[in-house]
Design a protein. Sequence first.
Length: 107
Amino acid sequence: MKLKDGLILREVAGQYVIVPTGKRVKDVTGVLYMTKPAAALWDYMQSHDFEKEDLIKLTMERYTDATYDQVSADLDKFLKELAERGILEVEGQIYGNFSMRLPKQPK
């Protein structure tokens, strides 16, 4: 999966905000505020194709007292929010309480 183009992260008055640019303004629904840990992941996500496991690994390296289960659950919520707001390109996956791979639809 990857982030869609035309999105930038800005820090405004101590808050991290995703700002759509160009044609993406009409596609992204609402304003998305991020925590500092989520903003740190954003930098990685902008420059890489990634899987949830990549983000878990990065988070656990940074926050050594975090548990795998908690990080995984938090990332499910985070990725689901990004997908629902049109920020994340997800092919064949649904995020929520579970993840699953679906077959590609024929064209």
